[in-house]
Design a protein. Structure first.
Length: 165
């Protein structure tokens, strides 16, 4: 009887561990799936990071604080970059569409070129685009870099969405 009791306890413990492991695994999968829905972007993380890093590098050289990444703005930027790539033409989005509700000020840079660096260089040469990058009121940024083939040329469409709260 003791042996059976011990065996039952071991099975229960194993079953309990297995159940806990399955619950934890299910939770991890659910969180990963949910976060993928929230952050699903065509832009790669490396390309989004490069766009944001170039902005923050330019701001640092001007003595300005870095902008924090905002996932909601990343999704907005990515959707717009995909749209521009799909029609092979740059245009501005409606700024409030897809932005968090707590914004006080929004700005947007859109561009296309052969490389992310080339587009950033062009932004800095344009007074309006440069003003967005260097605006000290902005505290957060969403970025996108979507690649495509337009008129036979490989192009990258970048979007920078700036927000002050």
């Amino acid at each position: 009887m003791t042996y059976e009791g011990t065996t039952t306890q071991v099975r229960t413990a194993r079953t309990g561990r297995a159940r806990r492991l399955l619950v934890v695994l299910a939770a991890v999968v659910a969180v990963a799936s949910f976060s993928t829905v929230l952050t699903s972007c065509e832009s790669t993380a490396a390309d989004r990071w490069q766009v944001a890093a170039l902005v923050n590098q330019s701001r640092a050289q001007a003595g300005l604080r870095q902008l924090r990444s905002n996932v909601t703005l990343d999704v907005k930027a990515d959707k717009w970059a995909q749209r521009m790539r799909n029609v092979c033409q740059i245009s501005h989005s409606r700024l409030a569409d897809g932005a968090p509700s707590n914004w006080r000020k929004l700005g947007e840079n859109v561009g296309e070129g052969a490389t992310i660096q080339a587009v950033h260089t062009a932004y800095l040469k344009s007074p309006g685009h440069r003003a967005n990058i260097m605006d000290p009121a902005f505290t957060e940024i969403g970025t996108a870099a979507v690649w495509g083939n337009c008129k036979g040329w490989k192009r990258v469409f970048t979007v920078q969405v700036f927000m002050a709260t």
